[in-house]
Design a protein around this ligand. Structure first.
Ligand SMILES: Cc1ncc(COP(=O)(O)O)c(C=O)c1O
Length: 399
């Protein structure tokens, strides 16, 4: 049965959704309740890294269910969470891991951990954060304060105080907003929601050195771009620097809600029993699935293939940008890509959907391409053909 706005009525109306229901997924494809098939280049907003109904995920779920252990809470130790923490640390940097249930929760925890480490003693202590113009870190009161979207913030003021915004690629602008009250600087190495903007490795290195100079923690939010999407496991590794705190979520749980905060020992050693917690974080079922996802992404040849598919997608996007005036720029890298458009993104997202391609915007005028990490060249071709067909729907914004 097709849904209408009224039929969806018991759900809170905070999402704009098309008029059909998704009923099935497999690999890069989704089917709706009218039997229509869509090539999904949203992947649950960068969540389903291995595609829909990945045997890696379904197999891990079945195995976890067979063990009889779904949830125990953090009152007790369980194996999968401990194993996953070990694996994450061994693939990132030495330290400790805190598990939670979403990206926003991971960043909220990162803020708390940074303050704990900074030795906050109230309003005059080191409790402030620096975030960047265009940033998106979540929609809770702390993370929303660090999210540069006035329209998301204004209905919910007051938010967590003490967040200052700086310009990426401009260390002077960072210098102008820090003070003896700064606890940490948070940055997405590739801004996702803010329009798929890559931050240069040189700016990230400068930021690392600057945080060391002023004694602030450096937090990398790799919730959208981390875990293989750039063609490398983590974007910080491409920049050749190590943050003090790394936040992850989206693809980690294979479609189950999971976030993680990885922190260096100097942060971890300031946190003690009772300082933070969550009922569900790092439960055995979701951790087993995440372990299977992580092992796949770090397995032989996987990231090389991601890089090859990314190069193939890149060639297609560059060609489209050369040949179509509706496209004004190509953004991002790996399999987190955006095309800047001469007009609002909503029209082209709708037109692409009518042509069987699911895309999502990133800001007002950037369309995002987030295929599964195991997308095929043929699927890339189908997506780009459908996108080209949809492009005339872009109505140029008057200058
Ligand atoms: C970079 C980044 N950080 C944080 C978040 C918030 O994650 P969640 O929606 O799981 O709370 C998002 C979500 O899009 C994100 O892209």
């Amino acid at each position: 049965m097709a849904v209408t706005a009224e039929a969806a009525g018991a759900l809170l109306g905070v999402y704009k959704q098309p008029d059909f229901r998704i009923v099935k997924g497999e690999g890069a494809w989704l089917w709706d309740d009218h039997g229509r098939r869509y090539l999904d280049f949203t992947m649950g907003i960068a969540v389903n890294a291995l595609g829909h109904a990945s045997p890696v995920v379904t197999g891990a779920v079945r195995e976890a269910l067979d063990s009889g252990l779904i949830h125990t809470s953090n009152l007790f130790r369980t194996g999968p969470g401990e194993e996953l923490a070990e694996a994450l640390v061994s693939h990132s940097f030495p330290g400790s891991v805190f598990f939670c249930n979403s990206g926003a929760e991971a960043n909220e925890a990162a803020f708390k951990f940074a303050r704990r480490w900074a030795g906050t003693t109230g309003d005059s202590g080191r409790h402030e954060f620096v975030a960047f113009r265009g940033a998106f870190h979540g929609r809770l009161f702390g993370t929303l304060a660090a999210t540069d979207r006035p329209s998301y913030q204004e209905p919910f003021l007051p938010l967590m105080p003490g967040v200052r915004f700086a310009e990426a690629e401009n260390l002077e602008s960072v210098r102008s907003v820090v003070s003896e009250r700064t606890a940490a600087v948070i940055i997405e190495p590739i801004q996702g929601e803010g329009g798929i903007r890559s931050v240069s490795a040189s700016f990230l290195s400068q930021l690392r050195a600057f945080c060391d100079e002023i004694g602030a923690a450096l937090i990398f939010d790799e919730i959208q771009c981390g875990l293989g999407r750039t063609g490398h496991l983590f974007a910080f590794q491409e920049a050749g620097i190590t943050p003090d705190i790394l936040t992850l979520a989206k693809p980690l749980g294979g479609g189950f809600p999971m976030g993680a905060v990885i922190m260096a020992p100097h942060i971890a050693e300031t946190l003690h029993p009772g300082d933070h917690g969550t009922t569900f974080g790092g439960g055995p079922l979701v951790s087993s699935v995440a372990l299977a996802v992580l092992r796949t992404i770090t397995g032989p040849g996987f990231l090389e293939t991601v890089r090859a598919r990314a190069a193939y997608l890149d060639a297609g996007l560059q060609r489209i940008a050369r040949e179509h005036t509706e496209v004004t720029g190509v953004r991002g890298r790996g399999l987190i890509r955006g095309l800047a458009l001469a007009g609002p993104v909503a029209d082209v997202v709708g037109a692409a959907r009518e042509r069987g391609l699911l895309l999502v915007g990133a800001g007002a005028d950037v369309v995002r391409f987030l295929p599964p990490l195991n997308v095929t060249e043929e699927e890339v071709d189908i997506a780009l053909d459908a996108f080209i067909d949809a492009l005339p729907s872009v109505k140029a914004t008057p200058a």
